[in-house]
Design a protein around this ligand. Structure first.
Ligand SMILES: Nc1nc2c(c(=O)[nH]1)N[C@H]1C(S)=C(S)[C@@H](COP(=O)(O)OP(=O)(O)OC[C@H]3O[C@@H](n4cnc5c(=O)[nH]c(N)nc54)[C@H](O)[C@@H]3O)O[C@H]1N2
Ligand SMILES: Nc1nc2c(c(=O)[nH]1)N[C@H]1C(S)=C(S)[C@@H](COP(=O)(O)OP(=O)(O)OC[C@H]3O[C@@H](n4cnc5c(=O)[nH]c(N)nc54)[C@H](O)[C@@H]3O)O[C@H]1N2
Ligand SMILES: [Mo]
Length: 747
């Protein structure tokens, strides 16, 4: 609780980005590396032939700023990775695993880059060095010893390049399992499921250019000022061209209200651009109620709708109308927590316009009815014919910089038949057909002793997952855990009986194979595939690239395999030649990559072609939010602060929400505080009681402009409260934005 000595709460600022963001980022990068290195890196960020920013998956504009595309959180992401400091043999000699567990995530992340392969042997209390070859042999032998390939699980996080991801899934399927859970399972899985079912493709349909033609942009459940800062430039441009922006979010996120563009000098001195024309402060998880209200209002007059589109391109409108007839407008508005005026005004704007873009992120995907959220947005766009035309469409804003690419490369526990058929044809083996474990199922299977081997290609599984205690218990039951990582993290500290840490090159590092510099490729949020050219000398000579590590493990586990794994990684062009053979849309991959901006993958919905069984876009009937179980007073969302990347804590401040020096806080409505007799800074315990009772203690109360009955905490501190089995219907995405909790003052 000592952290609260430093906690300072201020009024949130009125404008985002601007000069403050440049100074904050500069300070952070200069702490991590000398100025010459910082300048070199910044000049390469998101430039053609430069480094794809590991910060998020927002696409780069065709025309880029000469000084580098500045983004505060992009700079923080590379400062975090390109640290000068090293955590190697000496570091691990100093600390037992138990002593490291007592440190904060911030401390763990600031011990430098992992420098050499390490092993925790059975019964040992610490990690010690191991040679690469021995590490690969240990893994290969263990995998060969399992009685069934399904006893092994292979997790992926979304920074992994296309090359590493493709090799990984090929190896895992040749080994014989589809146990390929990934961070997507906790992230945009609900979007993928909802969009595939209704529009025939799990990805968004818009391009960056569409933002310049949109008449209305809806931004649901997303905080781009922190998580996708480069999106703000697109929104600013859209506003200048006359688009109206409607934000739907329980919190007033400052960057969605006012933004000063750091790319432009007048952005520094002006008052900033107002982003939202209307800010709908909805109650947590009541988006379907609002959407249904809009649908009802639009359906009152055919002139509001695109009747030709509905007739020619869609199916299911009658069932939708019948469902809406069961709901009263007044009830829906009341449930949303919004004022009638605001709902009517926004519906009026939607009725008059036809080019609508809907953007969303975790505020919609992490609820029990998350897939319903996405499908209800599709209903709205279909009524308006706002799909498959310029200035309109779906825009799920992805998280990790290559999370979309990893899925395109086959990282999926439920591969389609088309995918496995193509693998079979290209590689002449029988890929497993039965579905593998997703994240939630992995945790359950571990706890039931069905999993003996857990490997992670990146990420930080333990704190990212729901029900931290149960997840930790599961991981510790494994015989062997393997972590391919750049930085020390909490999952390394919950080892299986034996545990390996295999340190890899990061996005900023040069990949040299056979004396030749290599390029890796990634896919952004809008389906453009392009290269990323690391430019720094790797911090330690003992690091290997992800493709090389994966290939070496494959060779060790599969023995006499007909794929020349070592030969493949000698030149990444060889891997891309395989991808070209096995993945639709990647024909002539190597040649097309040489084009400056990369290339766009096929996207039916973008052209108004829907790859559903009926070849039509599908209207669906969706459910309103679930009630929080009795005995819980508040619904809690777990969100990101401005100083973190998922489980990586860059710093202790959340500047845009006025919170400094601490992360164990709970944002509450002032009236709720009054009724609980709570004052700012009071220390509370948060608890809940689903099937299992859970609590976290030592959270300081922060009064905030948030709807009554709703509270917010930071991820991952509040993850112990997210029940494992509270997840989205259809996608299994943990409902980490709508968890029932109680708040109790600690005397
Ligand atoms: N700097 C930085 N960049 C990142 C990340 C990071 O941690 N740091 N993470 C990356 C990843 S993996 C991802 S997935 C994205 C995440 O990007 P976001 O989705 O923007 O991240 P969250 O902080 O989870 O924010 C969710 C937003 O949804 C709102 N919200 C919560 N519940 C509801 C609801 O029921 N309805 C509505 N309408 N809104 C709701 C919250 O108030 C918040 O503004 O960012 C990516 N980029
Ligand atoms: N309660 C709650 N839980 C959530 C969320 C939430 O909003 N609320 N969000 C969910 C979401 S959207 C996501 S995406 C997941 C994130 O889950 P993960 O993707 O598993 O977690 P990260 O924190 O992004 O992973 C950070 C680690 O990745 C490693 N790393 C960084 N760069 C590289 C690299 O280039 N290569 C390799 N091999 N390793 C690297 C570092 O060791 C670092 O410690 O968390 C989910 N969990
Ligand atoms: Mo994510």
């Amino acid at each position: 609780m000592s952290e609260h000595h430093h906690l300072r709460i201020e009024k949130p600022p009125k404008v985002s980005v601007g000069p403050k963001s440049v100074t904050t980022a500069s300070k952070m990068i200069l702490k991590a590396m000398p100025p010459w290195k910082a300048l070199r890196l910044l000049g390469k960020l998101n430039q053609k032939k430069g480094i794809d920013c590991p910060g998020c998956a927002w696409p780069d504009p065709d025309k880029r700023s000469k000084i580098g595309e500045f983004c505060e959180n992009g700079v923080k992401a590379i400062a975090e990775e390109a640290q000068h400091k090293l955590a190697g043999e000496d570091f691990f000699k100093l600390h037992t695993i138990d002593s490291l567990r007592k440190k904060s995530d911030y401390w763990l992340g600031h011990q430098g880059r992992l420098a050499q392969p390490m092993i925790k042997k059975e019964g040992s209390a610490r990690y010690e060095p191991i040679a690469w070859e021995e590490a690969f042999e240990t893994i290969g032998n263990h995998l060969k010893s399992l009685s069934h390939p399904d006893e092994a699980v292979f997790y992926t996080s979304g920074r992994t390049s296309n090359e590493a991801a493709f090799l990984y899934q090929l190896f895992v399927r040749k080994y014989g399992t589809n146990n390929l859970p990934d961070c997507s399972n906790m992230c945009h899985e609900s979007s993928g499921i909802g969009l595939s079912e209704t529009l025939g493709i799990g990805k968004g349909s818009v391009t960056l250019q569409d933002f310049e033609h949109a008449e209305v942009i809806l931004i649901f459940g997303q905080n781009p000022g922190t998580n996708h800062p480069r999106m703000l430039s697109s929104l600013e441009k859209a506003k200048r061209k006359g688009a109206k922006i409607i934000v739907i979010n329980p919190l007033k996120e400052v960057a969605l209200m006012k933004f000063k563009n750091p790319q432009k000098i007048n952005g520094w001195i002006s008052k900033g651009t107002e982003i939202a024309d209307l800010y709908l402060q909805i109650r947590i998880n009541e988006d379907v109620a609002l959407l249904k209200a809009w649908l009802k209002l639009l359906l009152q007059d055919e002139n509001n709708l695109d009747m030709d589109f509905i007739r020619d391109k869609t199916s299911g409108i009658e069932a939708l109308k019948a469902d809406l007839a069961n709901h009263e407008l007044e009830d829906l508005i009341r449930q949303s927590g919004l004022s009638k005026e605001d709902v009517l005004l926004s519906a009026h704007w939607l009725s008059a316009k036809n080019k609508i873009i809907a953007c969303w992120a975790m505020g919609l995907t992490q609820h029990v009815n998350a897939v319903d959220n996405i499908r209800e947005i599709v209903n709205l766009l279909l009524l308006k014919g706002s799909i498959g035309k310029q200035g309109a469409g779906t825009c799920p804003v992805r998280g990790h910089s290559n999370v979309q690419g990893d899925r395109t490369m086959g990282i999926w526990e439920r591969p389609t038949k088309a995918w496995t058929d193509k693998l079979k044809e290209a590689f002449n083996f029988d890929p497993p057909q039965s579905p593998g474990y997703n994240v939630v199922e992995t945790i359950e299977a571990m706890n039931q002793n069905k999993v003996s081997f857990f490997m992670a290609l990146g990420g930080n599984f333990l704190p990212a997952a729901p029900d931290t205690l149960y997840t930790e218990q599961g991981i510790r039951k494994c015989e062997l855990t393997v972590h391919i990582s750049t930085k020390l993290n909490r999952t390394h500290l919950a080892p299986g009986k034996i545990s390996l840490i295999l340190p890899c090159l990061g996005r900023t590092d040069k990949h040299i194979q056979n004396g030749k510099e290599q390029v890796v490729t990634v896919e952004n949020s809008m389906g453009v595939v392009h290269g990323s050219h690391g430019s720094l000398t790797p911090p330690s000579k003992l690091l290997k690239s992800e493709p090389e590590i994966v290939a070496s493990i494959a060779a060790a586990a599969l023995g006499n395999d007909d794929i020349n794994w070592a030969g493949l990684v000698e030149d990444y062009d060889n891997i891309r030649a395989l991808i070209a053979k096995a993945v639709n849309g990647f024909e002539n991959y190597n040649e097309r990559l040489k084009r400056d901006n990369g290339f766009e993958l096929p996207n039916g919905a973008r052209k108004g072609e829907f790859n559903t069984p009926s070849k039509k876009a599908v209207f669906t009937v969706n459910q309103l939010s679930e009630k929080i179980p009795d005995g819980h007073d508040y619904v809690m969302m777990t969100i990101r602060s401005h100083d973190q990347f998922n489980t990586t804590v860059y710093g202790m401040d959340d500047r845009y929400r006025g919170v400094f020096g601490g992360r164990n806080v709970v944002f509450m409505n002032k009236e709720d505080m009054q009724s609980e007799s709570l004052s700012q800074g009071d220390i509370v315990e948060l608890s809940n009681n689903y099937k299992i009772s859970r609590k976290v203690a030592g959270f300081a109360v922060v009064p905030y402009d948030i709807p009554k009955g709703c509270v917010a905490t930071y991820f991952p501190e509040a993850n112990p409260l997210v029940p494992l089995h509270l997840h989205a219907r259809g996608s299994h995405t943990p409902a980490s934005k709508s968890v029932g909790v109680n708040v109790r003052k600690v005397k």
